[in-house]
Every structure is written in structure tokens, then in C-alpha cells.
Design a binder for this molecule. Structure first.
Ligand code: SF4
Length: 419
């Protein structure tokens, strides 16, 4: 990998339109199969979970909302003991995550104390800050993993194994385990594991391999508190990222691996997609903290990245992705009004935007895609490359089949500010 300088990151410190952290429940309750997620929230939170996760009540999902009513606002600490007992009887979880939400956070409910009072050695109740007050929704997974950290056994220093960091579905996890075995790299497990009772041991010999770009805080804690080595590479998205990820990981175990042919074959299989992506102008407005690796993949697929904005950029954790994006305008916490003006000016072929802003953009005739979807899809590793590429090309293809909009939703100039 040639040495590259880090590109300039502009910071606009502006409000933008992201999704609520409670949505992490959607992928984490499925991943951690002996868990229960309990949100202390309002009807708004319940409505969000019901609609976004689309799970029927009779499916007895392993998540729920302890509803706060107006009368609760005067109580310093809610009593959740009866609910915990009910969850225990009905679901027999090994762990309960107690998630905060906007209202109790503003009310300054003391969640740490509340969770520790409800905890027993047999059934820990772990506090997770996961409200709409975070930078963005995907960071809630970081908070869940930090809550799990004390329950990961301490590994001895001589135990040098990989712990993959980040929630991926079981099929992708199996692929990463098999790939590591094929390369002769020892695997210690995944954080999160598919069961609370199977958390990986972590210690000074552990090599933490981050699979998701939104886990900077927990990665930092693993290095600081357990002395683990955190892999500094590209994230395993796309043929380019996957190759760098495995080659760099192998190098930490003293193995020289050349996956050039593997990468070339993967690009070859994507030819139908890259033909469509080549030369297309793509604009990321900032949402899920996955923007840097997604933009890097698109750029290597031949697209032009007009702007890559992200709610938060960690100069160390994202160093390799930043270096790979040299020359691309990168903005942290962008100003959405300014972005709207730039979208009008540069007329990108595709805008990757939040759930709240994508539909208004579509209404204006802009080809736009929900960035939220990337957090829910199996886009990692060699197996995920086609899904990843298809997520971008689907939007372009769909748009090419639509008749031109002759009656845009907004008519004043290009578009007004979306407040
Ligand atoms: Fe809305 Fe806040 Fe509840 Fe999220 S936590 S659903 S942002 S009220």
C-alpha cells in the first residue's frame, strides 16, 4: 500500500438529520440470541420500534418499551422490577440491555444506578445510552459493545487470536471464520458473539479486527483497558477493502499474503455493476458513519465522489479510509442547507442520504438512496461485494426506468431548506 497523506477534513459543526439510536435494537436483538432489549421511553419510541422493525406483537420479539407517561415525569426513578420479572419468565434471557431514550435522558434519570439495582449475578441488566441525542443511530452498537466489555473474560498475553469487532449476520460471521482459518489465522471469536454466554476472551495478545466503521470508542477501550492491538486497515467492504483487511490482518500474525488475484476476480464478478457506476457522480450527505468506506469502494469502482460527509470522523480509527480518499472533499457534521445548494450546483447522479431527507430529494427528481439500509445489509467481505454494489446500482437502475418528474414537490428555485 503506497504511503498517502491524510486529506483535509472540513468540519461544519452543523445539525443534520439522522436516525435514532434505538434502531440498533433491530439488528442486535437478532444477533445476540439470548438477550432482551428494554427501552425506557415514550410512545414515540414505541412507535419507532414498531414501525421500523416491523415485528408483529404475536412474534414475541425480544425487545420492548417501558412506557413513560406524564405522571412518571415527577418520579425521580421509575420502578422496572415487575417488568424485569416478566421478561425473565417469558423470555429467559441471559442479559437485559436497558436503553435510555430522549425523555428520561433529559429528565436525568440515573440509568447506571437503575440498571445496577435491577441486576443480579444470574441476569445482568446493562445500561446502554442509545437515544436520538447521539451523533447517529449506528453509534448505539458501540454503546452496547461497551456495556458487554466487562463480561469478556481476560485472555492471557500469550493467547494471540483475532476477535472480530462488530455485529454481522451469522452467514458473514461464518465466512470470516472460514477465511481466517484458510489463511492460517487463529480466531478467538466475535464481539458481539451470538450469545451473551459466549463472549470472547480479550487480552494483550488479542488482535481486534473492526468490521464496522462506527465502533471507534469500544475499539479504543479494548486497546486501553485490555492492551489489545486494534487492526489499522480498510474496513472489509468491497473487493479493495476486503483485500486490504485480510492482508493487513495476516501481517499482524507475521504472514505475507497476496490477495491481488482474489481482488481482481471479485471486481470481475462486479463488472455489470461497475459499468453502471463508472463515471457517476455520488454525493454522501452524512448519516450512518459508514460513509468513508462506502465512498472509497465507489471511488475504486470508478465513481466520482462529489462530497463525502459523515457525522463523526475519528482521525485514528478512520486513518486508512481517510488516506484512501485523498482528493475527495470530506466534511464532518456537514451543514445540510449548504449541501442542498451543492447538490443543485453539481447535480450528482446519486445522493446517499438519511431517511428523513431522501424522500424530499426524490420528490425533487434527485436520484437518492437511504443510507440507513447499509447498516442492515450483509455487505462485508468477499460474500458481501455483490450485495454492496447492487445497493448503489439498484437506485440508478430504478431511476432510469421512471418517467422524468414534471411536477416536482418543491418549485421555489431548486429546493428550500429542509428544516
Ligand atoms: Fe424519538 Fe428520542 Fe425516542 Fe429516539 S429516543 S424514538 S429520537 S424520542
Amino acid at each position: 500500500m503506497p504511503a498517502q497523506s491524510t486529506p483535509i477534513v472540513l468540519r461544519e459543526d452543523s445539525a443534520y438529520h439522522s436516525f435514532c439510536g434505538l434502531t440498533c435494537v433491530g439488528w442486535l436483538y437478532q444477533k445476540i440470541k439470548d438477550s432482551f432489549f428494554l427501552v425506557l421511553g415514550t410512545h414515540t419510541c414505541a412507535h419507532l420500534l414498531q414501525n421500523v422493525l416491523g415485528v408483529m406483537v404475536f412474534a414475541r420479539p425480544r425487545f420492548g418499551v417501558a412506557l413513560m407517561e406524564e405522571a412518571d415525569l415527577s418520579r425521580p426513578q421509575p420502578d422496572l422490577s415487575h417488568l424485569i420479572a416478566e421478561i425473565k419468565t417469558d423470555h429467559h434471557p441471559s442479559v437485559i440491555f436497558l436503553l435510555s431514550s430522549c425523555t428520561p435522558e433529559v429528565m436525568k434519570v440515573e440509568f447506571e444506578g437503575l440498571a445496577s439495582r435491577l441486576s443480579t449475578p444470574e441476569l445482568p441488566v446493562l445500561f446502554v445510552p442509545a437515544s436520538g441525542l447521539d451523533y447517529t443511530f449506528s453509534q448505539a452498537e458501540d454503546s452496547v459493545l461497551q456495556a458487554l466489555l466487562p463480561f469478556c473474560p481476560q485472555a492471557p498475553a500469550e493467547d494471540k487470536r483475532i476477535v472480530f469487532l462488530g455485529s454481522v449476520n451469522d452467514m458473514i460471521a461464518d465466512e470470516f471464520t472460514a477465511e481466517a482459518e484458510q489463511l492460517g489465522l487463529p480466531v478467538g471469536g466475535f464481539l458481539p458473539a451470538s450469545h451473551f454466554t459466549a463472549l470472547p476472551a480479550i487480552g494483550p495478545g488479542t488482535v481486534v479486527a473492526p468490521l464496522q466503521p462506527y465502533l471507534a470508542k469500544v475499539a479504543n477501550r479494548l486497546a486501553r483497558e485490555r492492551g489489545a492491538t486494534v487492526l489499522a486497515s480498510l474496513f472489509p467492504f468491497g473487493p479493495d477493502g476486503t483485500r486490504a483487511f485480510w492482508e493487513d490482518l495476516a501481517a499482524l500474525f507475521g504472514k505475507q499474503v497476496d490477495l491481488q488475484d482474489r481482488e481482481a476476480a471479485a471486481w470481475e464478478r462486479l463488472a455489470e455493476h461497475t459499468t453502471l457506476l463508472r463515471g457517476k457522480k455520488v454525493f454522501f450527505t452524512a448519516d450512518n458513519l459508514m460513509e468513508l468506506p462506502l465512498a472509497r469502494f465507489l471511488r475504486n469502482a470508478g465513481s466520482e465522489i462529489v462530497e463525502c460527509s459523515s457525522p463523526y470522523i475519528n482521525r485514528r480509527f478512520h486513518a486508512r479510509e481517510l488516506a484512501a480518499l485523498e482528493g475527495v472533499p470530506i466534511v464532518e457534521q456537514p451543514n445540510f442547507d449548504r449541501q442542498l445548494r451543492d447538490i443543485a450546483k453539481y447535480k450528482p447522479d446519486l445522493v446517499i442520504s438519511t431517511m428523513g431527507t431522501t424522500n424530499p430529494l426524490l420528490g425533487q427528481g434527485v436520484v437518492a438512496k437511504w443510507s440507513t439500509e447499509f447498516a442492515f445489509m450483509p455487505i462485508h467481505g468477499w460474500t458481501g461485494v455483490a450485495t454492496l454494489a447492487g445497493m448503489f446500482t439498484q437506485s440508478l437502475k430504478r431511476h432510469s426506468h421512471l418517467a422524468a418528474l414534471d411536477d416536482p414537490v418543491w418549485t421555489a428555485g431548486f429546493m428550500p431548506s429542509v428544516g
